[in-house]
Write a protein that binds this ligand. Structure first.
Ligand code: AMP
Length: 590
């Protein structure tokens, strides 16, 4: 196998690395940069630009320039350019092709194999789309790995004693925090959290708005109304922000920024770090919630962390580093470039997979990487319940089987409805797949045994299969790119789950009690027909009346809409029947 490259295919910037002389090195791009803007442009002359050249012409060609395509991965988004339809995979492939070309120029030979990183919360559809982008770009994607895992690899953290590490990743447009555990060379992601719409761009916007308002106050001209001028302001804002990471003040100087009544106007504003911090303090504060959530999900306190790694260019902002220190009580590790460590880790992983194993050689054993599922995976069961097979934040690869039965009598088929989400009722979760298992031997409800298996491979791709243990018939689906849960949906689902926790508990309990009631009425019916002689007429009438009353209540309640009073009515009717049928059930052993 030739050289394997590690690729951090980022929302704002991408980066590639390769192992040279047992060390990961960053592959410079065709203009000498160490990271490449994840921007693709189609010029009016039919040329396709990638990276810095695409970024430079963004203001003059906005409708044919595509940024942050990573946000669309795995979605149905598409765009028509000059009569040709492009999906997110195809746009991303242009970025990957450029990185491949740069890698070939750097290594002096053909490059085919790659390891590509994705955020830990990426769904299987998003991972699959990333893999497809690699394929379109002519790459053989050996592995899709999680960004925090990759960052840990770049720090060589896969050796030695068991440790828990936080990876705090604030990039251009996204924030992700993960808690990972490293034990015996195995890296597992314990929990992830974040904010998909928080990053360096928001910091730039704050400076840009400040510049616009200062300029308006002194010149009575609104620069945000002039696209070319505003683009210059935004570029200057980003440059000022970067400067303020190392200097206490900066000067923003844009000569001839606009024209007023035929006279050119110049912009010249000083910005101090303390003013910048004041303009952006709420953005920095917004990272606190996800940090706490990830720690809580991982079930640890900050003192259990042995290291905190900073990833993403925006972690260079001093106020961000201060916040991390405050939240974790640790001095974050930053000896590896935060925009480069993810690509470096991917290169290390690639070299291991490629057999040139610098890690395997050191550790004396092969490296196993484990990631987590971002949302619980379940199937729909009787009463519209979502019965979880794989819990949220379960380490993958994983395989879980559970045996279910049929709810309807003499069914010859069952539908397996696969869901993703944290809500107890299936209709509140996201359908990610459905299939029928046919050819079940007809039998009364509750008799057939259907084994359902969820299998998630190392790339996070889910395969669901169902098998009738009696006939051996089997059916399966691989959850494909059309059945996705987008990151926005994941965020929304998490918020909904939190907000509806109380209501959901009532619904879940109602569904459970309704199931118990169904069992109870079936047992009572069987007992009544088995014990005809010993049951007095009065007892029989009372039981039948109570049974029918319970059935009436059951019919009047839908668990998915149930409230507390429905649940109370159901419990009461059940208790009445349990009481009147107690002797009968005991006598018959039902
Ligand atoms: P990434 O997506 O990790 O490449 O991060 C890109 C973001 O990091 C952009 O918003 C950059 O403006 C920001 N960034 C890069 N360098 C610095 C720096 N020195 N100080 C502050 N932000 C930076």
């Amino acid at each position: 196998m030739g050289k394997v490259i590690g690729i951090d295919l980022g929302t704002t910037n991408s980066c590639a690395a390769v192992i040279e002389n047992d060390e990961p090195v960053i592959i410079p791009n065709n203009v000498g940069g160490r990271t490449t803007p994840s921007i693709v442009a189609f010029t009016k002359f039919g040329e396709i630009l990638v990276g810095d050249p695409a970024k430079r012409q963004l203001a003059t060609n906005p409708t044919r320039t595509f940024t942050s395509i990573k946000r669309q991965m795995g979605s149905t988004w598409s765009v028509n350019v000059d009569g040709k339809k492009y999906n997110p995979q195809m746009i991303s492939a242009f970025i990957l092709m450029q990185l491949k070309k740069d890698a070939e120029a750097f290594t002096g030979g053909p490059v085919k194999d790659a390891v590509i990183t994705v955020p830990a919360y990426f769904t299987d559809a998003q991972r699959q789309a990333t893999k497809d982008a690699g394929k379109i770009a002519g790459l053989n994607v050996l592995r899709i790995i999680n960004e925090p895992t990759s960052a840990a690899l770049s720090y060589g953290l896969n050796h030695g004693e068991s440790t828990k590490v936080m990876v705090y990743d604030l990039g251009g447009g996204t924030f992700e925090v993960s808690v990972i555990e490293i034990e015996d060379g195995v890296i597992s992601v314990l929990a992830t959290s974040g904010d998909n719409h928080l990053g360096g761009d928001d910091f730039d916007d704050r400076i840009a708005s400040y510049i616009v308002s200062e300029f308006k106050a002194s010149n009575q001209v609104d620069l945000s109304k002039d696209p070319i001028a505003f683009n210059r302001v935004k570029e200057a804002a980003e440059a000022a922000k970067k400067e303020l990471s190392t200097s206490e003040t900066t000067n923003i100087n844009l000569p001839f920024v606009t024209v007023k009544k035929g006279e050119p106007l110049h912009l010249d504003i000083n910005l101090s770090r303390s003013k910048f911090d004041a303009l952006t303090s709420d953005l920095v504060e917004r990272t606190a919630g996800p940090v706490r959530a990830a720690l809580a999900d991982a079930g640890i306190s900050p003192s259990a962390l042995s290291r905190v790694l900073l990833v993403g260019g925006s972690t260079r902002i001093p106020a961000v580093q201060k916040k991390v220190r405050e939240l974790t009580g640790r001095e974050p590790s930053k000896n590896i470039n935060p925009d480069e460590c993810v690509a470096m880790g991917a290169a290390i992983m690639g070299s291991t997979l490629g057999g040139n194993a610098i890690i395997a050689k050191d550790a004396g054993k092969s490296l196993l990487l484990l990631d987590v599922t971002p949302m619980s995976l379940s199937i729909e069961t009787i009463g519209g319940l979502s019965t979880v097979l794989i819990e949220r934040n379960t380490t993958i690869p994983t395989r879980v089987s559970k045996v279910f039965t049929t709810s309807g009598p003499y069914a010859s088929s069952v539908e397996i409805h696969v869901l993703q989400g944290e809500r107890p009722m299936s209709r509140d979760n996201k359908t990610i797949g459905r299939f029928m298992l046919r050819g079940i031997r007809r039998a009364p409800a509750g008799v057939p045994q259907i084994e359902v298996t969820f299998d998630i491979d190392a790339n996070g791709i889910l395969k669901v299969s169902a098998r009738d243990l009696d006939t051996g018939r089997q059916q399966s689906v691989t959850i494909n790119a059309d059945d996705r849960m987008t990151d926005a949906e994941i965020e929304q689902a998490m918020r909904d789950a939190q907000m509806n926790m109380g209501v959901d508990m009532v619904k879940r309990e109602t569904a459970d009690v309704a199931n118990e009631c169904r069992n109870l009425t079936m047992r009572v019916d069987r007992a009544l027909s088995a014990d005809r002689r010993n049951t007095s007429r009065e007892e029989k009438k009372r039981i039948k009346d109570d049974r029918n009353a319970l059935e009436k209540v059951m019919r009047s309640i839908r668990p998915e809409n149930a409230n507390e009073s429905d649940l109370a009515r159901l419990k009461e009717a059940k208790a009445v029947l349990e009481n009147s049928a107690a002797d009968l059930l005991a006598r018959t052993g039902m």
